[in-house]
Design a protein around this ligand. Structure first.
Ligand SMILES: C[S@@+](CC[C@H](N)C(=O)[O-])C[C@H]1O[C@@H](n2cnc3c(N)ncnc32)[C@H](O)[C@@H]1O
Length: 258
């Protein structure tokens, strides 16, 4: 078998329209299909993604890890919360290394300064055969390039103007974004995840950022047309967001006879 074909995983593309609302169901479906018992959410902060009744129903031991004590304190009681920086080389693995069937994040990866270190840390946190899923905005979608280049207060004001009411839709606050390793399914992105030992099971690249142009009708129509065109004629470097599903292989020990 051609090894690169086998490890490239399933890359496909879609409109970003349902990516935000569909993510929780996507993760829940994977928890059920994999029979995951130990699940870690990264950057869940004030708003953990999986409801407590689902966790109880499926006997899932669930931890929310976030860099901010303040954000964690806003999360409902009943979640097991841990404060830590997932992008740090100093992250403590005591008692949690190799323990998780599933590690996932939603709108976290872009806020981590060192994306490579984040994926390395997640690899260590996973049990052999465990899976990681991340949902994140990607470069080089124009709004995120602008966010990266603009001074933080200006980017913040622009976001409030473009997307009023985003808090009500469950999109929390504005955290500094770096977009390290936040790319669509480009060859380079697939190769660097594989170089850390992951198998890429699935990579979905989304086009469009529909919420942003409600206030500018002309641009909105042009953007809708272009996003639909890109779904049919994908350019991996122009996605606006991605879901990636990664596996940590079960290590096989080769016995060498003397
Ligand atoms: C945009 S919010 C997303 C919160 C939640 N996942 C959601 O979708 O509503 C980003 C979260 O990531 C956390 N965060 C940022 N950098 C982090 C890091 N290096 N390690 C862990 N958490 C981090 C922030 O404190 C914040 O709670």
């Amino acid at each position: 078998m051609n090894r690169s074909a086998a490890t490239l995983g399933h890359v496909h593309y879609s409109s970003s329209r349902n990516a935000w609302v569909g993510y929780t169901a996507y993760v829940q479906d994977l928890i059920i299909r994999c029979g995951a018992r130990h699940v870690l959410e990264l950057g869940g902060g004030a708003n953990p993604a999986i409801p407590l009744d689902f966790l109880q129903q499926h006997a899932v031991e669930y931890t929310v890890l976030d860099i901010s004590e303040t954000e964690l304190a806003k999360a409902p009681a009943g979640y097991h919360k841990v404060c830590g920086d997932i992008g740090s080389t100093q992250l403590s693995f005591e008692g949690i290394e190799g323990r998780h069937d599933l590690v996932f994040s939603k709108m976290l990866a872009e806020h981590v300064k060192n994306g490579e270190q984040m994926h390395r840390n997640v690899f260590r946190l996973l049990a052999p055969g465990g899976k990681a899923i991340h949902y994140f905005p990607t470069l080089y979608a124009p709004p995120f390039v602008a966010n990266l280049l603009m001074p933080e207060p200006l980017a913040d004001r622009l976001l409030q103007w473009l997307e009023p009411g985003r808090e009500k839709e469950g999109k929390k606050g504005k955290f500094p974004a770096y977009y390290s390793w936040c790319r669509g399914p480009t060859q380079r992105q697939l190769a660097r995840l594989q170089s850390l030992g992951y198998v890429v099971d699935e990579y979905i690249g989304f086009f469009g950022h529909h919420a942003y142009y409600r206030r500018i009708p002309g641009v909105r129509r042009m953007h809708q047309w272009l996003s639909s065109w890109l779904v049919e004629h994908p350019v991996a470097a122009l996605t606006s967001a991605s879901y990636v599903v990664l596996s940590k292989p079960v290590e096989t020990i080769t016995m060498i006879e003397a």
